[in-house]
Design a protein around this ligand. Sequence first.
Ligand SMILES: Nc1nc2c(c(=O)[nH]1)N[C@H]1C(S)=C(S)[C@@H](COP(=O)(O)OP(=O)(O)OC[C@H]3O[C@@H](n4cnc5c(=O)[nH]c(N)nc54)[C@H](O)[C@@H]3O)O[C@H]1N2
Ligand SMILES: Nc1nc2c(c(=O)[nH]1)N[C@H]1C(S)=C(S)[C@@H](COP(=O)(O)OP(=O)(O)OC[C@H]3O[C@@H](n4cnc5c(=O)[nH]c(N)nc54)[C@H](O)[C@@H]3O)O[C@H]1N2
Ligand SMILES: [Mo]
Length: 744
Amino acid sequence: MGEGKREIDSVVDRALASSLSRRSFVKGGLAAGSWLALSGFSQMDPNDARSAPADTSGSTKTFLSACPRNCYDTCSQQVYVKDGVIRKVDANPQNTYTGNSMCVKGHMYTNKVYDPNRIKYPMMQSPRGSGNWKRISWDEAMDVIAKKILDLKDRYGSTYPICMNKYSGNFNIWHYCVEGLMSSLGYISLVQGTPCWPAGIDAQGYDYGFMWNTDPEDFAKSKYFMLWGVNPAWTSIHTMKFINKARENGAKMVVIDPICTSTASKADLYIQIRPATDGALALGMARYILDHKLYDKKWVDQHSTGFNEFADYLKKNVTVEWASKITGVPVAVIEQVAKEFAAAKPACTWIGYGFQRHTNGGQNVRNVDALSAMTGNATRPGGGANYGHLATWGFNYHAMVMKPPAGTVGSAHRNINMNNFGQMVLDACNPPIKMLWTACRNTMSQDPETPVVKKALESLELVVVVDHAFTRTAEMADIVLPTTSHYEHPGVNVSYWHYWISLTEKCIEPLYESKTDLEIAWALSKRLNELRPGSCTYPTGGNLQEWTEKEFNDGIHKLFGISSWKDLKKGPRKAKFPNPGYSDNKFPTPSGKYEFRSIMAKADGHPDLPIYKEPMAPSSKEHTVRFLTPHSRTGLHSQFQNNPWMMAHNPEPLLEIHPDLAKEHGIKDGDMVKVSNELGSVTIKARITKVVPKDVVASYENWYWKSDYCVNNTVKAIPADMGKRNTGNPGVAFHDNFVKIEKA
Ligand SMILES: Nc1nc2c(c(=O)[nH]1)N[C@H]1C(S)=C(S)[C@@H](COP(=O)(O)OP(=O)(O)OC[C@H]3O[C@@H](n4cnc5c(=O)[nH]c(N)nc54)[C@H](O)[C@@H]3O)O[C@H]1N2
Ligand SMILES: Nc1nc2c(c(=O)[nH]1)N[C@H]1C(S)=C(S)[C@@H](COP(=O)(O)OP(=O)(O)OC[C@H]3O[C@@H](n4cnc5c(=O)[nH]c(N)nc54)[C@H](O)[C@@H]3O)O[C@H]1N2
Ligand SMILES: [Mo]
């Protein structure tokens, strides 16, 4: 055993030792030693943390992996395993975007995998929501579910009473088996759309043909950054590295956000804009740039259409003073930023996903796109109006594309809007919805209108949840099925932001009785076909390695310079695009050019030009405080924050309130505050701070273990303006949420 190995061992020992000591601080605590007992060390005295495993036998093996969560950064990882137990998870610097660092959540993986609160066995609860769980076998679980599917089909004459809600728990490429399984039953009530980024996707679709961000590693080349409603210091920490590199070379960073975020606090210039008025700021800047002839006439003439109409609109309707009045940003600031932005080449614009969660969110994206385009930055490497991409996602989706069984009733799935899930389930008729299958999804916590979602789940005959954790949704299930973490099966991940592909190797055996979503699909299909041959077209068995391979094709091989998926065993690979981010100025729009004026937008009922669209007004006189609920540092939606280490690190949620607003309501720092509206309420501890403006309160969406905290108790299913064209349903205006606050 060489020096290197010893070094690893000592790091692992230290990590383990500190994990044990930190664990004892967990509030509301776990039984001492339960982590050890459940992590393969059950031979030890579970009540004595000192009997930590003696690291004397076996050698440490390193495996390749990737974080499969829904995150910009989709980090390449390496995993250190000894005696069949993961000792450490670290960044894999072969991926130059990941580099040497992981976020706080990444470092939490050794705890997440061995979390004592993981679902370990198939379990059944009766009655639903009671907490009265009993362990059942996989065979029993599959039998109950298969019989319910066939029963519903017989009673209603179709598979439409079956509903499936899946989203972003795990973006491994064969996890689309969940959709595949459901399509193999026939046409069902399929939850479609995304709560995440749809308005911006459509907006960029109208302007560019489709979104395609520049390589974030090229941010290092930029001279100027405008970050609109994005908080990478929390949500994309690896991009900060490239921004910082550019700043070392003199680039300036401007952050536009109603909250003075961690990112904003590091900015050269922070603009505390009134929420949902960004379009006016972008247009005010555009007017200044137009008047002072600072725009890139050559680029505009050669590569765009509709600029003259846009310029006419600006001249007739927009002034810097108008923009200042709407946004609350001083005239001098708008002029300064406009001047600097137009002069810097390349100037990089980053439009975050939080930005577009408004009733005018898509239109605001178009306004910002136009500003980037008129300055010639739309396609400049290191510039761009960056939002996201799907350019590395050209897999076969073999696991997903299955034919419905012979004799299937109907011709398409019934579209259940993911962003109005609860109400649509309750409203569905002819036939009604009676059963829900959910995987990679925590609808009770992540969807708007939690109280309505709860009612919807209560109305069903069978709710099945496939997950790692006893989530709020699992609490409302009849049957929970334990699934593997990504360290327990092979897989492949790409990102919607950087350009890399990574293999995840199987590092450890599946824990307890957990199975992959794919094995569960095979098992259910097997039982269905035993009960009624031909009732499900999904394969009834297979090999996970082979199914990984089946997702690859020549296009993917070529893009990543590999001859087989097995080449990824040498490490992650980066896509080689000849023209990343449309740097060849060829766009998939109807005109082949960048479209300031979009016929497609008009056809979809939006303005053809990127004109200003007013934000939504408060919903009532009583509910006038805007409640912003963006993404947190310690959670990835409903994942990580619930794990014991994170609970020790960050034990409770806080509500950020401006001192003046707090004073008006007699609220002091540390008081419990009831945040409520017509839909519901959530009670959160006050943190008095000037990071939020006076008419805004903020708290960060997360799931804290054993806590009632759920911000979506107050978030209504109000649609964003765009999203239907590319994702099947409009986005959701999470941030147009108005509440009242009072001392609890
Ligand atoms: N740590 C962590 N990282 C994550 C995630 C996570 O949950 N935790 N989630 C991942 C996912 S799925 C996503 S979608 C991304 C989201 O990450 P981001 O794109 O950074 O989006 P959010 O955090 O939702 O919101 C960013 C900012 O938008 C601001 N904002 C809201 N309304 C407006 C507005 O009208 N104008 C302006 N200018 N700003 C506004 C909010 O105040 C917030 O600070 O992060 C990914 N990365
Ligand atoms: N108020 C408010 N609400 C929001 C947002 C906001 O900004 N504010 N953001 C929205 C956004 S951008 C998004 S993307 C959504 C995210 O919504 P979701 O996709 O529902 O969120 P997650 O919590 O990431 O994942 C859901 C579940 O998947 C499980 N899971 C993980 N891996 C696997 C697996 O391999 N198999 C199975 N079967 N399950 C697995 C996790 O344990 C978790 O319980 O939330 C949205 N909700
Ligand atoms: Mo998201």
